[in-house]
Write a protein that binds this ligand. Sequence first.
Ligand SMILES: Cc1ncc(COP(=O)(O)O)c(C=O)c1O
Length: 251
Amino acid sequence: MPAAQATVPATDEGLLRGDGAFEVVRLYGNRPFALADHLDRLERSATALRLPLDRVALEADCAALLQAGGDDPAADLLRILQTRGGHRLLMLEPAPALPDRMRLAMVTYSPTRILDGVKSLSYAANMLASRIARERGFDEALLVTPHGRVLEAPTSSFFWVKDGRIFTPPLDDRILASITRARLLEVVDVTEAHCTQEDIDAADEAFLASSLKEAIPIAAIEAREFADANPVTTAAGAKLRARIESELSQG
Ligand SMILES: Cc1ncc(COP(=O)(O)O)c(C=O)c1O
């Protein structure tokens, strides 16, 4: 049915308390990229939340929805939700418009500990961080702890480049185990290291990565502007794209 006509009961704790888990899968044509990894992460989120999840039913739903609507040119993303009220929602969505290069505002953020690594429906803090960044005239937020450690963006992983080497914060900084980040670590040489303002000041390039964005260059972080040329980011993005194509072609 049209997603706008689907309903969940007002009593569902997924709505009332953000108690549930979700994933967003990128579609290329009607082919989902890394669907199994997304379902694995959804299962991990559900386990952490003590949320019942029927993986077999979910896989059948994914296949049925992609069969029914995956060919729609506006179907760029497959959103999957499992709510505490026991509702499973799967939706096809168009990708939001993205700039070619992103300008980021730093927003102070503390990982919650209890929800670390969980893609829960309680994403209001991430959404608010993006909104605050946009209010300040930027495209997106870069989440930074009160102690100045740079983590990630609200829906993307963060990478920076220095002297031709690519760096990204380690997962033990309590960031999300991004599937795109994992693929990048496999196709290019990436060093995991904590990131501070000094690293950003010294960086030659920086980029964000996510299922939706693949690898997208960063034009500025607050007042720190990056050069228009970003050869290391471009090369990493090309290798990521080649990996995506190769996985898609293997079905
Ligand atoms: C907090 C956070 N970090 C990173 C990402 C990127 O993850 P993935 O590469 O699995 O899309 C996301 C995805 O939405 C996210 O919510």
